[in-house]
Design a protein around this ligand. Structure first.
Ligand SMILES: NC(=O)c1ccc[n+]([C@@H]2O[C@H](COP(=O)([O-])OP(=O)(O)OC[C@H]3O[C@@H](n4cnc5c(N)ncnc54)[C@H](OP(=O)(O)O)[C@@H]3O)[C@@H](O)[C@H]2O)c1
Length: 290
């Protein structure tokens, strides 16, 4: 397994005391259709995870809700025992129902059980980073996170969690979490076309807190924009490369976790994120989601 690499586009970032490459990998796409069940190609999924580590990626994002349990168990099968440099970020606060929905599971007993299950599925004694996932499948929802977040703080005090974060959160919920205990990251939906967290990203950058956009490539519906296609054509690059390179340029606290079930796409994304964008390119791209 490779040791910490700073040759990946974007270099490194520190989540509390953990150093990670800003270019990470999001494991959700490794589960079956609708993020339910096992992958069609089990060995292919293991190959993607091993390739991520071989490329020098030291940040993998997962959740027991993916599959459920499928992606975390694949990570364990592919990569355990983990290199000291590898850090796995997981999420608790949502579960799955038989229809493939994502009902919330944020009562203290749900969260305690979820943390223990994550430890077991990943084969760890301490989880590096746990995000409290808020809101629902439609996005963030207002409301206090105090009881749920305090439960995770208690599990952190017991030594089961190293660092905390929040996901799918409003700016008010981020502030509320920070008033209870330090957080190292916020994981929300954000990309070239969805810029609602611009202000939050800048505030978090000032505080040294990572912002980890989910759906960096548009998620289940790929990013489509004529301005993006025009910049990509000019640079002889793919729109995906431009979208990733733009995120790395957008703010130093942005960490990438693009998802893919393909080794070829993973390699393409790593290479593509290193694309250099001119001021003219940036100005054109900036108009897309404003
Ligand atoms: N906190 C939350 O609530 C939340 C919600 C959603 C996701 N997440 C996390 O965020 C991560 C990223 O989100 P995501 O995977 O849903 O969306 P994404 O990274 O925006 O896009 C993934 C999609 O893009 C395709 N893709 C990737 N690279 C490609 C390439 N080079 N060429 C063509 N197609 C390419 C993938 O298909 P292929 O498999 O064919 O490459 C997949 O369909 C997830 O893995 C998960 O860890 C968190």
């Amino acid at each position: 397994m490779s040791t910490l690499s700073i040759s990946l586009p974007g270099g490194i970032w520190t989540l509390g005391d953990l150093t990670v490459t800003r270019f990470g990998y999001g494991a959700m796409q490794l589960a079956g259709p609708g993020v339910m069940g096992p992958p069609a190609d089990h060995d292919g999924a293991l190959a993607v995870l091993r390739e991520a580590v071989d490329l020098g990626i030291t940040h993998i994002d997962t959740a027991d809700a993916y599959g459920p349990r499928v992606t975390s168990q694949l990570i364990r099968e592919a990569l355990h025992p983990y290199a000291d440099s590898l850090h796995i970020v997981t999420k608790v606060g949502a579960t799955r129902d038989e229809q493939g929905g994502w009902p919330p599971a944020r009562r203290p007993e749900d969260l305690r059980r979820a943390v223990h299950e994550n430890l077991e599925n990943l084969g760890l004694e301490t989880l590096d980073v746990v995000n409290l996932r808020l809101g629902d499948a439609q996005g963030p929802r207002p409301g206090s996170l105090a009881e749920a977040f305090e439960t995770l703080v208690d599990l952190q005090r017991q030594g089961l969690i190293r660092h905390l974060g929040v996901s799918n959160a409003t700016a008010e919920q981020v502030a509320e979490a920070r008033s209870i205990a330090p957080i190292v990251c916020v994981q929300n939906m954000y990309n070239l076309a969805h810029r609602h967290d611009d202000e939050l990203i800048d505030e978090l950058a000032e505080q040294g807190i990572a912002y980890v956009p989910f759906f960096p490539l548009g998620g289940f519906s790929p990013l489509q924009s004529s301005a993006l296609s025009a910049v990509a054509a000019r640079l002889h690059a793919t729109p995906m490369s431009v979208a990733l390179a733009w995120l790395l340029r957008r703010s130093p606290n942005i960490l990438l976790i693009p998802g893919t079930s393909s080794v070829a796409h993973l390699r393409e994304n790593v290479a593509g994120a290193g694309l250099s964008l001119s001021d003219e390119d940036l100005a054109e791209l900036d108009k897309i989601g404003r």
